[in-house]
Design a protein around this ligand. Structure first.
Ligand code: CTP
Length: 409
């Protein structure tokens, strides 16, 4: 049997990037031989094994043929006769279809190295179309390597468009899609992920609510970039620049969905877009089964981001309602993430990226003031049950009034 390093490990070594995961392909072996060597089989579906010591993945060289819709619809053929070239041709991108032996000799039948140098994400063969998830993968790689100058080859974009228009994307499971989306959002240039999906028509299928934001104007006085889609991309870009966590990036992507619902005659104003957007945020959250913390933050940011921007003008009672809605007493981190998303929103405006955002510290100070109300003295005064609740609220309101009068920004 012959063993080769394949895929991302080879690509990233050639790019001079750190290699974290190594995938191996084994040519000329049978399942029985692998088991005899102590490899542990992974699941029942594919001839993939874990190394007994390193735990890395070793896959028998295989060919694949699509036999139905979605991910389930695959038949594969693994046998000792399958060659390395046959295994590589079923892979997604030329830069992912290179193999390397233990002497670092490269097998590169589909010119991945040439495409690495040309900074091109190009599909290997028409077999690309056999897994629609690859549309999202290519967009994710585009987001990851945009800084290095990579773009999607026109013929690959055309194939991605065909796939998007064929209805194949609808067969993807929420879990597989979310894995790609969440990884893509955590890349350096997550806005490129959205741009590439849009360019091939996949955004319209996967996230029509986001797609609908392009072409929707906002008031130039507040939004010099005008277009709501362009704004959303800038907010996402700011979130990556400021190294925000996934929760914040997801909320940034979805915060303005309500603007896509505004009737044209009301443009460029978007009255109550915060509230109107909630049902869209909920739908998209559920479509991809986003984790609970992502779902929650997206909804809260959607509903309250304008409150964040107007923090300094809010009445103490409104400020208190905001803090209560976030349950800042038990969930301090979530309020921090809300503040971060609001700041990214403000910075995601053309020419205003560097403008300071005093609302952030003001909101933090307000949260501290509300939290400073001690419950013990109220208990000692004999308050209990709903009256205790009311009294705590009154005290917090007092603290916020005092804070508003004294806060220096
Ligand atoms: N692959 C593919 N089509 C897919 C998934 C994977 O062709 N839908 C192939 C590619 O050759 C890829 C390899 O399997 O390089 C390993 O896949 P994976 O570990 O998901 O990706 P990596 O390329 O290693 O990239 P990453 O750095 O994102 O893990």
């Amino acid at each position: 049997m012959r063993i080769y390093k394949v895929g991302g490990a080879v690509r990233d070594r050639l790019l001079g990037k750190p290699v974290t995961d190594i995938d191996w392909v084994v040519v000329g072996a049978t399942t029985e031989e692998m088991l005899a060597k102590g490899f542990r089989p992974v699941g029942a579906d594919f001839p993939v094994f874990l190394h007994p010591k390193s735990g890395e993945e070793y896959a028998l060289a295989r060919t694949e043929r699509k036999s139905g819709r979605g991910y389930g619809g695959f038949t594969f053929h693994a046998s000792p006769e399958v060659t390395l070239e046959e295994d590589l041709i079923r892979r997604d991108l030329t830069i992912n279809a290179m193999a390397e032996d233990d002497q670092q000799n490269l097998t590169d039948p589909y010119h991945g190295q040439r495409d690495l140098e040309a900074r091109l994400l190009r599909h290997v063969s028409p077999a690309f179309a056999e897994d629609p998830l690859r549309v999202l993968r290519v967009a994710r790689f585009a987001a990851r390597y945009a800084t290095l100058g990579f773009t999607v080859a026109p013929e690959t974009l055309a194939l991605m468009r065909q796939l998007s228009e064929s209805g194949e994307l609808e067969a993807l499971t929420p879990e597989r899609s979310w894995k790609e989306i969440s990884r893509a959002l955590m890349e350096d240039q997550p806005q490129v992920f959205v741009e590439v999906l849009r360019a091939c028509g996949a955004l319209k299928v996967l996230m029509p609510e986001v797609d609908a934001l392009f072409g929707v104007p906002q008031p130039p006085a507040h939004h010099p970039e005008i277009d709501t889609g362009a704004h959303t991309l800038s907010v996402l870009q700011q979130a990556a620049l400021h190294k925000q966590p996934l929760t914040v990036r997801w909320a940034c992507l979805l915060h303005d969905l309500g603007k896509g619902l505004t009737p044209e005659e009301e443009w460029p104003r978007h009255i109550a877009h915060e509230f109107k957007g909630l049902k869209l945020i909920k739908a998209i959250n559920e479509r991809f089964k986003a984790p609970r913390d992502c779902q929650e933050l997206a909804l809260l940011v959607g509903e309250y981001h304008t409150h964040g921007h107007r923090a300094l003008d809010l009445k103490p009672s409104t400020l208190l309602e905001l803090l209560q809605s976030f349950d800042i007493y038990r969930r301090p981190q979530r309020f921090e993430e809300f503040i971060a998303a609001c700041e990214m929103d403000a910075r995601g405006r053309k020419g205003l990226e560097e403008r300071s955002y005093p609302q952030a510290n003001y909101l933090r100070g307000a949260a501290t003031a509300a939290r400073s109300v001690a419950v013990q003295p109220l208990l000692e005064k004999g308050f209990k049950g709903p009256e205790l609740g009311e009294e705590i609220k009154r005290e917090r309101l007092k603290a916020l009034k005092a804070y508003k009068e004294t806060a220096s920004i």
